[in-house]
Design a protein around this ligand. Sequence first.
Ligand SMILES: Cc1ncc(COP(=O)(O)O)c(C=O)c1O
Length: 494
Amino acid sequence: MTPAVDRLRQDFQGLNTRYHLADGRETPRYYLDSAASTLALRCARQVADELLRYYANAHSQAHFSARIVNHAYDWAHRQVLNFVGSSDSGHHVACFAGSGSTASLNRLARALAARRPERDIVLVSLMEHHANDLPHRRHASQVIHIPLTGAAPMLGAVDTAALAQLLGQYRGRVNYVAVSAASNVTGIVNPVHDIAALAHAHGAWVVVDASQSVAHAPLSLSDTGAAERELDAVAFSGHKLYAPGSPGVMVVRQTLLEGHEPDELGGGMVDDVSVNGYQITDRFPDREEAGTPNIPGAVQLGAVLNVLQRIGMAQVHAAEQRLLRRLLAELTAIPGVRVYGDLDLDRTPRLGVISFNLVGLEHGLVAAVLNDYHNIAVRNGCFCAHPYVRELLKPELWELDLDPDADDAEALIQPWRGMVRASLGLYSTDEDIDVLLTGIHDLLANPDHYRAQYQADSDGNFHHRTFTVSAASLFDPEAAVERTLAQFSATPVL
Ligand SMILES: Cc1ncc(COP(=O)(O)O)c(C=O)c1O
């Protein structure tokens, strides 16, 4: 990393947050939950704040401010297209929607089903987040899950041979293939361009959920420039891209949306409306963005993409890979730690997400101890990817004599069904990893001591018996409002 990039890595809001811990210490927070949401890149936020000086609604050119805002909002769309290497030929359009990729994926599922109802099957990989599975289940007649390579718990990426077989078996019926660029559970990377080539050879489209990869690795609509390897649609979330408060994004081949009435109707996307009818504009992205958009959020997101492009995603990726390799090597060397997914990074590349369990300890207990005693923010559970987590855990559940495929499996396998997830961001450091490894060693050395400190509730959450911290004592929006207003007046605010 160059010195400039190293300085940029310090420019995230929340890196100096400190909390009091159960053992009486006060330490910095170690944020290893970037797969859920990343911290905010301050300089990108500043760009959006600067825009607020001129803020006005878009959808007008009448006054200076409206023109400035339109210009900035268009710029944000262009940053998205530049970032994914969209050529100037206008094949793809970028649209902002909702608060994350869920909105984009629902929209895509509806639009693609309506476009070719005769193709009634969607192939969805087994490793998907629910956001890239359930919308397709709702809108296609049938979703078939594509198996992964290898065997649990060491499952790899999408099995392209199995995909080819499914495409052949259901020739003429597969509308599209939906896969993630990288898993939110294991960080395992899918060969999305190979998948696109296979899908296209069978007349199917490919929808890629890039929520976990866009901030961590280069992402290009076509890796070689070849049309058959080009992705038809890509979705991602701004809040996983160092821009909390920004919208979800969809980049989609324009022809897939043309002629299809958008799902949301309202202002800003019609050329004419009379009491008897309305004329939807042909202009993209306007026709897909009814209503007043989240302009500051989109501009913040555009600013992040611009900054990342200046750094170079290859450099961002390389820095994260170094930390990932270290974390993976050291975790797997600890007896009693089980890491999920294929561990051979040369055979199965990953991004900076690792899910693990400590043998004999519930995932909820591990996450609680790491938080309360080590100030480490990790996540635990099934990460909104139940089919994948269940598949990865199958051998363990069988060992416990539990049948993961039984109808009542859900109730039986709690609290064992789950994992602890540590995930990296641009600001992650070796110190984060040192602290995590120390916490894990500590837990494995003193399991009974820690277990005695906690009681579990019926949802599998572990609560410390004597140490409690109320969220409101750390940050209370009401108190923050009062503090802010206090600067305007010495009189207390009613
Ligand atoms: C791979 C993946 N896809 C989709 C989503 C859904 O994103 P959002 O909640 O921002 O809509 C997530 C969120 O965790 C994810 O990790």
